[in-house]
Design a protein around this ligand. Structure first.
Ligand SMILES: Cc1ncc(COP(=O)(O)O)c(C=O)c1O
Length: 303
């Protein structure tokens, strides 16, 4: 793998080594976290669900009142070029757009911003084989909550302090992921993942109105559930619903579908990936293989 500062990045119209991409200290992305981003995934050199990711980027831009500086097709072409220039096949790419330079102390954005646009790409670092085989631990975050009426949880903005603090709390508790509750104390999502649970053969995941990011992997998982004839309910509830679940799993662009073995130290089901999770992992894999014309190793062998 190339060292980070030698990877080729796209930066405001040019491809160059990351070490030579210099951002102004007046960039509003740095001053205020005034920006949006999107994380893309490639399999065998092909971008997966790129249109869905670009659609979500457009929604994020709309939510924060920002015009996308480049059309979606152009962004798509640049993302593919980033993969090619870095000779990457199984990778994650991050596209960041900020509202460009500003004046410290002046929160109001300019009406004619010169956006900062950059893309970085790195080889995928999936969960380790034992995390896939055994599942991971999660904890409910108690100190911070998602505010359904706050900065729209539905958009991917570069202001990530809630997620950062929650992740820190989870890490301190020795967990892989922290599950955020909303202002009503209901389950929403992980810091960078969506959450599902299974109870008596029914699959549950919180609806958008609970205050979640509309995960692309969540959507693919719901499609996978339909394909295998699994009944689904978009519902949320108190954390006890997770404690009592037969299975719990997380979804996300990098982790795909990852089993949760315990929540707050309470074992979920057998404490191992359950049959529904495994069926969905398989159905997910088939969707990826069909759409990207690639052959994936089973999740526990993919590293
Ligand atoms: C808060 C949050 N929820 C859910 C997700 C999962 O979304 P996706 O499946 O599109 O990666 C992410 C991804 O970064 C996230 O940041």
């Amino acid at each position: 793998m190339r060292p980070l500062d030698r990877q080729i990045v796209y930066f405001n119209g040019r491809f160059l080594p990351a070490g030579r991409a210099c951002l102004s200290i007046f960039d509003r992305g740095i001053l205020y976290g005034d920006g949006i981003f999107e994380t893309f995934r490639s399999y065998g050199g092909k971008l997966f669900r790129v249109r869905d990711h670009l659609g979500r980027l457009a929604s994020s831009a709309k939510a924060v009142g920002m015009a996308l500086p480049l059309p979606a097709e152009r962004l798509h072409a640049i993302l593919s070029e980033c993969l090619r220039r870095n000779q990457l096949r199984d990778a994650t790419l991050r596209l960041t757009i900020t509202r460009g330079s500003g004046t410290p102390g002046d929160l109001a954005p300019r009406t004619d911003p010169a956006h900062t646009v950059f893309i970085t790409a790195k080889p995928i670092s999936p969960p380790g084989p034992s995390q896939v085989r055994q599942g991971v631990a999660a904890v409910i975050i108690r100190r911070f909550r998602t505010d359904r009426q706050g900065v729209p949880p539905r958009s991917k903005t570069t202001s990530r302090l809630l997620g950062i603090l929650a992740r820190r709390e989870a890490k301190d508790a020795g967990a892989f992921e922290g599950i955020l509750l909303n202002d009503k104390g209901e389950i929403t999502e992980g810091t960078t993942t969506n959450i599902f649970w299974v109870r008596k053969g029914m699959l549950y995941t919180p609806p958008f109105r609970a205050g979640i990011l509309p995960g692309i992997t969540r959507a693919v998982t719901l499609e996978a559930a339909r394909r295998i004839g699994l009944p689904v309910r978009l519902e949320t509830g108190r954390p006890a619903r997770l404690y009592r679940a037969d299975e719990v799993f997380l979804t996300g662009t990098s982790i795909e579908v990852l089993s949760v073995s315990g929540v707050d130290g309470r074992r979920i089901g057998t404490g191992r990936p359950g049959p529904v999770t495994r069926r969905l992992q398989e159905a997910f894999r088939q969707i990826v293989e069909t759409e990207t014309h690639s052959k994936l190793a089973p999740p526990e062998k993919r590293r």
